[in-house]
Structure formats: structure tokens, C-alpha cells
Write a protein that binds this ligand. Structure first.
Ligand code: MV4
Length: 496
């Protein structure tokens, strides 16, 4: 593998290229018109414009990207996450053209991409699943009977969905028919596949996922769990590893199940098996994501592995260099996603120019981003500015380090979710480890935030202090002094 094309943008494109560089592999960036000045373009050895800003005219153009690969003698494509990363047809086309797809086989993607076929594939293994229908539900009466056996409330889910898309909650039998019809029509228009199934609704669950890694020789290991319960409308906001609720016994059992799910679809590469954990610590297999995930850094921190390096080695056909027994958890890692969104305004995207952009630094702090001061955040893509990751010996220390790092982070020009993340880090429920997927809904209102706007009293105090200092030492540099900036830790502060 001498040259890899990264079919992605932003922080993940950079993150992949950094590992390529460490491995002595040349990199090719592709970019849209909106990303001409993006960091992944500057970082790569070669870069090719593949079209206008909208994704379907650039980052989603599989055939164009393959054409670039052939022209530049590319050996492998890393798809990152999103865009083409879980597109089985693309993976198949890439391999047909003699280029290595750095990810699982197209077959694994197909099996796991459809939730019902995923459930069918793992059936011969002993994997706990939420009570509900075995296959697709097409008949309303039968659906109601299944729902009664599972017990209301139930969820109707789209088989082609995932990540919460096309889910409907049904509280009682009388509502079932209407909700089922709506679910089918939504699934049909969103995915071109109206298959739906029924599951008992698990109230107040935690979302825990297991990172797996397989090679092309049938070896599969797991790299422990990530706790991803702090989310908002199916958008993860905070992830950590390990989870504070798993006992060693549950961890081992979930890990065993995750490895079996991977084996059920002959998985190779990096993948993630999602589980729900209920209040009684029963866990249930939900779905498998066949890509490198946004939150992979927390797993890297606690295992000491580089997941992109492992992906590349597996794609080259190498055997995994370690066995399950060789792996262990060290310390605790916390990640917050920094979005250009306004938490005070229903998290609406607040794209624009990064007038100030200063990253936190210091012991145990990692920032994965794709921006620099002065850059514009394009409106065409995900508004994530950065992932801020902290690592320490214990969970409490990782949280306190995160608060420190958030206070150091200096972003102006756009509203960000930093203050919101700090609020979560300081919340007793979060700190105690006692929270579930409803945390944001249950514990957050915009009133919890105070985006620092200097009031008149504060401005008067600053001005009089300036006047006082001027009298003391009347130098030219003092004369030129600009209006004092409000320090960043005040901007990222929250009300108690
Ligand atoms: C569920 C559930 C409760 N009961 N299934 C949402 C994302 C998708 N992967 C599955 N999801 C859920 N499935 C049953 N039977 C609750 C959720 C869910 C959720 C799951 C993980 C993380 C956040 C969530 C937020 C709301 C609902």
C-alpha cells in the first residue's frame, strides 16, 4: 500500500492522513469547491477537486473518485465516516477496479445495513435481542398481537433505518395501525424500502457500543465499550470509555456477543456493535455500524491502539498482531463534540467565520479538527468543528481535565456547544455516572447556559480599570491597547 485516497473531508480526512504519513503512505485528498482552502487539502501529498459544494456533486460521486484513483495510481481508498463509508455498491465497485476498500466487505455491509437481515444473521448465535417481531411486519392485526406479547409501549422501526431514523413509539393497541402506516410510508420515502418491525420499547436505556476489529483470516477481537448515552435527537454529544456502569462480567459478555455479531457476517476491519442496556443491566443487540466511528478516539486512548493503522493493516491482508488476552483498558477517556450550533437557540446550526480559534493544549488533551482561525464553516456539511478528547487515570480526572480544556478553548465568530458540554461535565448526574439516553431532555434547558455578554456594569468596571492603569504608566503601547477581550473561560462558563 503506497498511496491512499481519503474519500472524505474535515477532521476525519486529516486524522486518516496523519496515520498514513506515520506509515510512510502517500495521501490523496479529494475536495469540493467549498473546501478549496480546507486543511485536508493542504495536508495531502496530492489533491483533486471533484465538483461543486453539495455532497451529491462531490463527496458522494463514487465513480469520479475511482477515476481519480486510477489516474493517480492509488492503491486504497479510506472512506472515513458518513458519505460513501457504508455504501456496499461503492465498496464493490472499488474492489472490482482493483483498488483496496479500507473497510469491510460489501457483503458484510449489506447484511448489517438492513436491521432485519442483521437480526437473522446473528440468530444462530446466543445474542440477546429486544422482544418483538422475528421478521418484517406487514399485517396490522399480527403486528398488534406481537406488540401485546412483547408488551406496550413498543417501537416500530424501519429495517432500512438505523440511528433512530424512522422510529415510532406506540403506547396502546388502538394507535398501532395509524403508527404502522405512518412508519411504512416514511420508510418507503426515506429508504425506498417500507419493511418495518416491532420491538418492546426499552425505557431509559443506556447506549453502549463495542468496538470490534477483524482481519481477513477470521480473527475478531473487541476493544471494549464506549458509553454514548449523552445524545440529543440521536446526535451523540459526549462519548467516553470505559462505561462507568459495566461490571467486568457484563463487559466480557457484551464483548463476546459483539465478536459473535462480527463473525456472523464474516466481518473484517473496524466496526461497532450497538447495544441498549436497561435499568436492570440487561443488554440487547441493536445494530452494527460497518465504519470507523466519529467517537473512535476514546477507544484509541484507553487501548493505546491506532484504529486507522489497524484498518490499513487489515486491508493489506495482515493478521491482527494481538489476541483478546493481550488487550486491556488503561485509564479513562472523554470526548465532546464541538458543533457550530447555538445551544441557547434549540441547537440551530450557527455557521460562519471562525474569527478566533485557539485550541486547548496540555497533558492528556487531544483535539481532532479540520479548521484554523479565519476559516469559514461551510453550510453544506455537518457543522462539527472539532472533537475534544481528554484522557486521564480516572473518570473524575478525565472530566475535570475536560472542563479545563473547554475553558481554554477559544472560539468566536460562531456559537458552539462548548458551554453546553461544560454544563454536562459539571452536572451531578453525569459526574455520578447515573444517567441514560434521556439526560439532555431531562436535565437541560437553555437557561442553564450563560453565554457571556458583558453587561454595562462590567464594561464600566473594565473602562475605569483601564483609565486607572493609563494614569499609572502612560506608555505608547498602553495608548494603543485595544478594548480588553473577555477571557474565554468566562465565555464557556455556565450558570450553577
Ligand atoms: C430503541 C430504544 C428503546 N427500545 N429500541 C435509537 C437509535 C437506534 N440505533 C435505536 N434507538 C433506540 N432503540 C428499543 N426497543 C431507544 C432508542 C433510542 C436511543 C438509542 C441509543 C441512543 C440514543 C437513543 C435515543 C432515543 C431512543
Amino acid at each position: 500500500m503506497n498511496k491512499i485516497l481519503v474519500a472524505n473531508r474535515g477532521e476525519i480526512a486529516l486524522r486518516v492522513m496523519r496515520t498514513c504519513k506515520e506509515m510512510g503512505i502517500k495521501t490523496v485528498a479529494v475536495y469540493s469547491d467549498a473546501d478549496r482552502n480546507a486543511l485536508h487539502v493542504k495536508y495531502a501529498d496530492e489533491a483533486v477537486n471533484i465538483g461543486p459544494a453539495p455532497s451529491n456533486q462531490s463527496y458522494l460521486r463514487g465513480e469520479k473518485i475511482i477515476e481519480v484513483c486510477k489516474k493517480l495510481n492509488v492503491d486504497g481508498i479510506h472512506p472515513g465516516y458518513g458519505f460513501l463509508s457504508e455504501n456496499a455498491e461503492f465498496a464493490e465497485l472499488v474492489e472490482k477496479e482493483g483498488i483496496v476498500f479500507i473497510g469491510p466487505s460489501a457483503d458484510s455491509m449489506r447484511v448489517m445495513g438492513d436491521k432485519l437481515s442483521a437480526k437473522a444473521a446473528v440468530k444462530k448465535y446466543n445474542i440477546p435481542m429486544v422482544p418483538g417481531s422475528e421478521g418484517a411486519v406487514t399485517d396490522v392485526k399480527l403486528g398488534i398481537e406481537i406488540a401485546k406479547i412483547a408488551g406496550f409501549p413498543v417501537l416500530i422501526k424501519a429495517s432500512a433505518g438505523g440511528g433512530g431514523k424512522g422510529m415510532r413509539i406506540v403506547d396502546k393497541p388502538e394507535e398501532f395501525e395509524e403508527q404502522m402506516k405512518l412508519a411504512i410510508s416514511e420508510a418507503t420515502s426515506a429508504f425506498g424500502d417500507g419493511s418495518v418491525f416491532v420491538e418492546k420499547y426499552v425505557a431509559g436505556p443506556r447506549h453502549i457500543e463495542i468496538q470490534v476489529l477483524g482481519d481477513k483470516h477470521g480473527n475478531v477481537v473487541h476493544l471494549f465499550e464506549r458509553e454514548c448515552s449523552i445524545q440529543r435527537r440521536h446526535q451523540k454529544v459526549i462519548e467516553e470509555a470505559p462505561s462507568s456502569v459495566l461490571t467486568e462480567a457484563i463487559r466480557m459478555e457484551m464483548g463476546r456477543c459483539a465478536v459473535d455479531v462480527a463473525k456472523a457476517c464474516n466481518y473484517y476491519g473496524a466496526g461497532t456493535v450497538e447495544f441498549l442496556l436497561d435499568e436492570n443491566k440487561n443488554f440487547y443487540f441493536l445494530e452494527m455500524n460497518t465504519r470507523l466511528q466519529v467517537e473512535h478516539p476514546v477507544t484509541e486512548m484507553i487501548t493505546g491502539l491506532d484504529l486507522v493503522r489497524e484498518q490499513i493493516n487489515v486491508a493489506k491482508g495482515q493478521e491482527l498482531a494481538f489476541k483478546q488476552e493481550d488487550l486491556k483498558i488503561s485509564g479513562h477517556a472523554m470526548e465532546v463534540r464541538v458543533y457550530a450550533e447555538d445551544p441557547a437557540n434549540n441547537f440551530l446550526p450557527d455557521i460562519g467565520n471562525l474569527k478566533t480559534y485557539k485550541r486547548p493544549q496540555g497533558n492528556g488533551v487531544r483535539v481532532d479538527d479540520g479548521f484554523e482561525e479565519g476559516m469559514d464553516i461551510p453550510i453544506y456539511y455537518d457543522p462539527m468543528i472539532a472533537k475534544l478528547i481528554t484522557y486521564s487515570a480516572t473518570r473524575t480526572q478525565a472530566i475535570d481535565r475536560m472542563i479545563r480544556a473547554i475553558e481554554e478553548y477559544d472560539i468566536t465568530g460562531v456559537q458552539t456547544t462548548l458551554g453546553f458540554c461544560k454544563y454536562v461535565m459539571q452536572h451531578p448526574a453525569f459526574r455520578s455516572g447515573n444517567f441514560d439516553t434521556h439526560f439532555v431532555k431531562n436535565h437541560f434547558t437553555p437557561e442553564n447556559l450563560s453565554n457571556f455578554k458583558p453587561d454595562e456594569e462590567m464594561i464600566a468596571a473594565i473602562l475605569s480599570a483601564m483609565a486607572f492603569e493609563k494614569k499609572q504608566v502612560n506608555t505608547t503601547s498602553q495608548e494603543k491597547q485595544e478594548t480588553p477581550q473577555v477571557s474565554n473561560w468566562k465565555r464557556n462558563r455556565i450558570k450553577h
